[in-house]
Structure formats: C-alpha cells, structure tokens
Design a protein around this ligand. Structure first.
Ligand SMILES: Nc1ncnc2c1ncn2[C@@H]1O[C@H](COP(=O)(O)OP(=O)(O)OP(=O)(O)O)[C@@H](O)[C@H]1O
Length: 818
C-alpha cells in the first residue's frame, strides 16, 4: 500500500518533527505520482539518451552561470544512465523504494534551491525541481556523502567549480512505498505500519560525544532492548546502509579504479560494507571492465559466502563470484590439471602448516627459480661452446631477462630459430639446450616436490630465513612430513592403465592448453559440476597405512610456482585474472596466499583488502601486523586506510571487547560507538541452572521480538550440542544448532561455537560458559572471545556456569553478585 492511501498521524511529533515529516511525505508523494504517470504514459519507452546528452551539452555552452550547476548535474545523470543502458541492464526506479537520501541545495551564484534525492537509480528532473541520483554517480552523490546540513560545499564537476549550501540533508527509509523513517540533524522520526509517527529514542548515531543519556533502558535479566517490533532497524537492510555510509567510507568506496586499497578497521566498522559498495561503485563506473564475472570476492568462511551472496542483488552486483580461499584455490588447481592429483589430506602437523604459510616458502621459491635460471644459462653456454654465433645466441637469452622463466625460454627459442644471422650449428645447439631448459622450467610439480623433499635445502632455508621460528622438533617434523610427498611423484600403475585419457588430462599446464572459461571457476556454483568434470581426488596410501596427498597449504605454493614460472596462471591460453578482487579478513590469509591473489589481478591491480588485526582466527600464518604482511606479499608501499567508527556494536560491548583483547588492543584507537544496554554477566552453579535461566529469557525474547536474531556462542562445538539439546527440551522456540556455517540468516536463535560466527552479526549474543578453562589468558582466547562479543549489535550477555575467565572485567562479575 502506498503512503497516499494512508492517513499519516503526526500528532505525537514535535512541531519541528511534524514539519520535517510532512515535507518528506510530500516529496515522496510527488515522486510516486510522477513514477505512476511515467509508467502509464510511456510504458517501455526508451529515451534517446545520446540525443539528450548532446542537447544538454549545447545548453550548457550557452547557459547562464546560475543554470550551469543543474545542467552539469543532469549531464552526469544522463551519461550514467546511458552507460548502464548501453549494457542492456537498465532498471527503472522502484516506486516502492525510490530513494534513501534527501538533499536540498542552494546554489551560491543563483541562490536557487533544488531537491536532490539519492537512491539506487536515476530519475531526471522534469522541471519540478526534483531528481533522483544514483548513489554510485559519484560527482553528484558526493554532496550527500561528504557534507552535513548547513555546510557550504564546493566541488569540481567537469572542471567547473560549483558552490553552494546544503540546506537539508536527511536520510529516509521508504519501505513498501511508505515512508517509515526520517533521520535529520533535528531528530529521528519513525512511523509504525499504521502511519503513526513518533520520535525515535535510543537511536543515537555513534559520535565522538558518545550520545550520553540515550542508552536504551533494559530491565536487568531481560534479553532484548526493543519494545516495538514494528520499528525498522538500521542494520537489517543493506539499502539503508547505503544511505548511512559516512564520509570516510565513501572516500574509500570511490578510490581510483586502479591500485590497492587496504582497509583496517575494528569489528563492525563497516569494512565488508565498504568493500561490497566499492565493487558496486566500480561496476557502475565501468560496466564493461568491472563486469560481475570479472570480479572476485574472497571471504573467510562459507557463512560469509552465503551472507554476501544474499546481499549482492540489493547492490545490483549479483553474479560476482564469492568464495573462500580454500575453495577457490582447489578448484583452480583442478582446472589447471597438474600431474599431481589435487586431493588433500587432513591432520597436517601444526609445524608443517606454519611452515607452509610462512614467508620462508616465498623465499625458497624465488631462490629455486634463481638457481634454475643460473643453471639454464650454464647449460646454454656449455652447449654453444666456442661455436661461431654463440655470443649472439646468448645475447638473445640475456635480452629476455625480464620475462617469466618459461616464457623466456620459449621466446628465446623462437627468436633464435628465426634468427638466420646466427650460424646453423650455434642455432641448433641453442635450440637443443633451450628445449631442455623450457621443459625443465615448465615442470612445477617437480619444483614443488624438490622444495618439499630436499631435506638439506629445507633445513638451510628454515635456519636462514626464519631463525628461531621453528625449533629442532618442528624442523624434524617438517622434513619428515614433506619428504613423504615424494610418493606423489609416482603414478600408481593400476590407475595409470585404467584411464589413459585421464593421465593425459593431468599433463603439465601449458600456455596453449585447451580453452577453459575462467568464469565460474571460483563462483562456487561449479563445485558439483567441478567434481564431475575433474578426475576424482585421490591420495596415495603407503604400506604403513598413511595416506599422502597435498596439504591444503600446498595449493598456494603450487599456484605461486606457476605464477612465478609462467608470469601468471593460464587457462586455455588465456591469463586467468580478475579486474577487481576483494580480500576480506585478510589478516587470516598467509602472505603467499595474498601474493597469489594479487597476481591474479589485471594490470593496475584493482584490489580491496579489508581486515582487522584484532580479529585473528588463524594463528599459524605468522600475521603480526599489516606492514609486515604487505612487505611479505610484495606490497611495502601500500597505505593503510583506517575506519574508526564502530557501527555494529554499542559502546558497552566494545568496552568489554577491548578489555578482553588486553595488550592486543592498541590504546590509541578511540572508541566511537553508540550507547546501548549494559553487558550482562550471569553466574550459575551448573549448566542446568544456566539453561533454565536462558530458556526463560529466550522464550520471552522471541515473544517480544519475533524478528530478532540471537547467537548463543560456545568455545567448542560439543558444548554447543549440550546447550542446544537442553534448550530444545526446554521448548525454546526457533532454536537451531549451527555446526557447519549453515546459518539461515533468519530471525531465531542459533546455537553455535565461536569459530562459526566470524564476520557475522546478530541482534543479541550470549557467550556461553566464558570460563577460565574455555578462555584462558592466552592470545588465541583473547581473539576468539573478542570476535564472539563483537558480533552483538544491541546487547551482550555472558552466562557462566564455572569459574569465570580472567578476560572478563572483575567489576562486571562483582556487580552481578550484588
Ligand atoms: N555508515 C554506517 N552507518 C550505519 N551502519 C553502518 C555503517 N557502515 C556499516 N554499518 C553497519 O555496521 C555493521 C557492521 O558492518 P560490517 O559487517 O561491514 O563491518 P566489518 O568491519 O566488516 O565487521 P567485522 O570485522 O566485525 O566482520 C553492519 O550492520 C553494517 O550494515
């Protein structure tokens, strides 16, 4: 039902609130009437946008100064529309949800006022002074994101400087064609479904002042801070987030298309939000270059894959592959058809995993390639001997020094073959040598086997490049485990005979291999199809009963070897690459993995890296801080862009989370978060008592706030099983046990363990049994408890049925006993 059919009741608002809301209702009505008119009058009519552009350009040349601003703006809008339509992806303004921001601008020169609305599509001004600008149309929407109400603005549009004052800046929520919320500097006003408007309380934005006095008051022992389920909440609708994006976030989203943007931000500061909006922004700027299939979003776990896939359509970028590193690398390696079967073994010893993620491996790869090239040159020289033309042939090889090794050998071979100025005998000798060199350089499986099984070289590298990192026992484990990989070099006879075609398929990758479309490679959809198309994964079983296969960490090593040898990854003769790559939660990747990803970006390296040093979950990748990761990944000069405001969690949650982090938290980070309900600590003698208390609180919560999401988070999965079973018996509604990242992202109660919840968000979080055993005073426990706590948007409880962890502030525990 649209707003016009309702009878809004503004009686409960102050005069100012009433005036603001009435003004917004009027604008919405005018826009909706116009959209109705357009839909009736000209269904399917396609405007000649090019003609409009030319008209506007001519008008601009002759326009009076006071009209220029509006004309330039319209030109931008038409140009943007034209770009979108040119790709056949036009979508009209959605009358149910036409815009989310409102600016009233007064131009300095003409003193004329115009209303510019910001939304997800463009609607040109048809003379009534109202237009909608696509938020991705940066020159215009920049005014919305960069300026506050009453600010004077000065912006360059196409080399013209436009000046004026922002008279009004409001964000609005239109849901199902009805205006439901208006946020203005004067206040936030909300309407229920029946059109009754009121002032919103407790909705203060995070600010440096801390919004004192706006905390939602919650009776002790009650889970839940919202009394009115009718109230639309900011954090549940991504479209609204687009309205709320702040200046710093917008600056990051609209960074130049090329180059690496590294975002460091605390939990809930909007890193993922910024990264996804950046993808949408780039796609809008250049749909051809940043087509969905040419971008990649790499996230930490399957739950985030699912969550982001849900979100992409609302940003207009569905079709962008979203995946995890593991899935991506395994699928890619299978497509590359190496002669070693791509199947992984479990139970990799910690020391081995740590070694394979350590930058030492990058150095070992570089060293190995260095030796190979030296040996190659020696061989070439030896074969050429004193023959006439030897120097000329050698000079060709040396001239190609900057090419990737395999390409260098191939190119040199071709050039020498074609160079008739080199006498025949020298040419023939060079050709023989170069063929052998090329074949040797191409064999990355051999490289990998050598790296793993040359025990002496391994020991030396560990000693030299990672002194003190691996002790003698670690080194022994690494050498032993890796040496066993030698067996992968042997093709079991039965298998080789069983399927000759298959063996053929697994031959060394070649730049001229059969074409395989890169699209779908990493989009996750191919997982099943992938399994069908690729030889079933196999491992070798030794007589000892041990299975030998690749370790998960080997994927990155093999991919890196291929990149170094071939100058990239090639599928079907084409470089496998992306126009833009998002790497989320980058602190949990190893430098070698980041390096592999970066080298999958096209020239210009358009990459967004987001992460938080405080949210480490992988502890064996050697991550200490960004400068070191960037250095190891070959990016020493990338600037780190901070996001400082916490949007997800309240000040109370963040204060507790900082205490939990202890020395891992950098004290210079200011805490900017909105006020909220106090963190609750509840101590019980045993689990049964805790369950009884929780069951009551959760039942009441689900009754009061049926749309709420709540996570009950344990340290270990088995503990989640226990709580889940007990709560189920206690008939807690909408209860789910989430054990394998299979969140439904719907209202209800998810019982899960801390490793599942990374990157996610819930209205309420209860950490179950934060005891001294579950969360001891060690780095890993600090990070894990911090991650669990910062998933809470509104309220956090700690429910403990054992001696409490030292990571919980003493005064919180004491207060709970009073
Ligand atoms: N400018 C903003 N105004 C209001 N809410 C915002 C803003 N930016 C982000 N948010 C909201 O804050 C929450 C956290 O955002 P997001 O998940 O992007 O943060 P993050 O930094 O990736 O978090 P984490 O590192 O904890 O996973 C989301 O609900 C998001 O919609």
């Amino acid at each position: 039902m649209s707003q016009e059919h309702q009878d809004p009741d503004l009686n409960a608002l102050s005069d100012e609130g009433g005036r603001i809301v009435a003004e917004e209702l009027d604008i919405l009505r005018r826009i909706q009437e116009r959209l109705d008119r357009e839909a009736q009058n000209a269904p399917g009519q396609i405007e000649d946008l090019d003609a409009q552009l030319i008209e506007l350009r001519d008008a601009l040349a002759e326009a009076k100064e006071e009209d220029q601003a509006s004309l330039v703006e319209q030109m931008h809008q038409v140009a943007a529309l034209s770009r979108t339509r040119g790709q056949g992806r036009d979508a009209p303004v959605d009358p149910k949800n036409p815009y989310f921001g409102h600016l009233r601008l007064r131009e300095a020169k003409s003193s004329r006022q115009r209303d510019v609305l910001v939304g997800k599509r463009t609607l040109l001004d048809d003379g009534d002074g109202l237009s909608i600008v696509d938020w991705r149309n940066a020159p215009v929407s920049r005014l919305y994101y960069r300026y506050e109400e009453d600010d004077e603005y000065e912006e360059e549009f196409d080399a013209r400087s436009l000046e004026g004052t922002v008279m009004i800046r409001r964000s609005v929520a239109v849901m199902d064609a009805s205006l439901r919320r208006v946020s203005a500097p004067q206040g936030t006003f909300v309407s229920d479904r029946r059109g009754r408007w009121r002032d919103a309380v407790g909705a203060a934005k995070p600010s440096l002042e801390g919004g004192v006095g706006t905390a939602a008051r919650v009776p002790t022992g009650q889970l839940g801070v919202h009394s009115d389920e009718d109230l639309p909440r900011a954090d549940k609708h991504l479209q609204e987030i687009t309205a709320l994006i702040d200046k710093e976030q917008f600056n990051l989203i609209t960074q130049p298309e090329s180059g690496i943007v590294l975002i460091q931000g605390g939990a809930g500061s909007g890193k993922t939000t910024v990264a996804l909006h950046r993808v949408a922004y780039l796609a809008y700027q250049d749909r051809r270059r940043f087509a969905p299939g040419k971008m990649l979003i790499m996230v930490f776990n399957e739950a985030l894959v699912e969550y982001i896939r849900h979100v992409l359509p609302s940003l207009g970028i569905d079709g962008v592959p979203v995946t995890t590193y593991r899935r991506w690398s395994t699928q890619l390696l299978r497509k590359l058809k190496l002669r070693i079967p791509i199947s992984h073994v479990d139970g990799v010893p910690d020391a081995v995993s740590r070694f394979k993620k350590h930058p030492v491996v990058l150095r070992m790869i570089d060293d190995r390639i260095g030796w190979q090239l030296e040996e190659a040159e020696e061989l070439l020289k030896k074969r050429l001997g004193e023959r006439a033309g030897a120097e000329a042939a050698l000079a060709v090889w040396q001239r190609n020094v900057d090419l990737p090794p395999v390409v260098r050998a191939e190119r040199t071979l071709d050039q020498i073959k074609a160079d008739v100025s080199i006498p025949g005998p020298a040419r023939a000798a060079a050709e023989t040598a170069l063929r052998a060199i090329r074949d040797d350089l191409r064999d990355v499986c051999d490289d990998w086997l050598e790296l793993m099984t040359d025990s002496e070289a391994l020991r030396t590298a560990l000693r030299e490049y990672a002194p003190g990192v691996f002790n003698d026992a670690d080194t022994a484990t690494i050498v032993r485990w890796c040496a066993a990989k030698a067996v992968l070099d042997e093709e079991p006879e039965a298998e080789a005979e069983r399927d000759e075609d298959e063996a053929e398929e697994r031959s060394e990758p070649s730049i001229d291999a059969e074409p395989v479309a890169p699209k779908g490679e990493a989009d996750g959809d191919g997982e099943d199809g992938e399994a069908e198309a690729t030889p079933p994964p196999r491992v070798r079983t030794l007589s000892t009963g041990h299975t030998v296969g690749l370790d998960p960490e080997d994927d990155a090593i093999l991919l890196r070897l291929l990149q170094r040898k071939y100058g990239g990854l090639f599928l079907g003769g084409k470089r496998f690459e992306y126009e833009h790559i998002v790497i989320d939660e980058a602190q949990d990747l190893a430098p070698i993995e980041v390096r592999v990803l970066l080298d999958c970006a096209t020239d210009g390296q358009s990459v967004t890296i987001a992460g938080d040093r405080a949210q480490k979950m992988i502890f064996d990748n050697g991550f200490v801080d960004w400068p070191q990761l960037l250095g190891d990944a070959g990016l020493p000069h990338v600037a780190i862009q901070p996001l400082k405001i916490t949007y997800r969690s309240t000040r109370q949650v963040m204060e507790l989370s900082r205490f939990v982090l202890g020395p891992l938290h950098s004290p210079e980070d200011a805490l900017i978060a909105r006020e909220g309900a106090p963190v609750g600590y509840y101590q019980f003698g045993d689990t049964g008592e805790a369950v009884a208390f929780l069951a009551e609180a959760l039942r009441a919560l689900m009754q009061r706030e049926p749309t709420a999401s709540c996570a009950l988070v344990t340290r270990y999965p088995q503990q989640a099983d226990v709580y889940h079973d007990a709560l189920r018996i206690a008939e807690v509604p909408k209860l789910r046990r989430v054990g394998r990242q299979d969140f439904s992202f719907t209202p209800g109660i998810d019982v899960t363990d801390v490793r599942q919840v990374k990157g996610l968000e819930f209205d309420y979080v209860v950490i179950l049994d934060p005891t001294i055993q579950n969360f001891p005073e060690v780095i890993e426990a600090r990070h894990l408890m911090h991650i669990a706590a910062t998933r809470a948007a509104h309220q956090l409880w700690l429910v403990c049925s054992g001696p409490p962890s030292k990571l919980i502030p003493e005064d919180l525990i004491v207060a709970s006993l009073e």
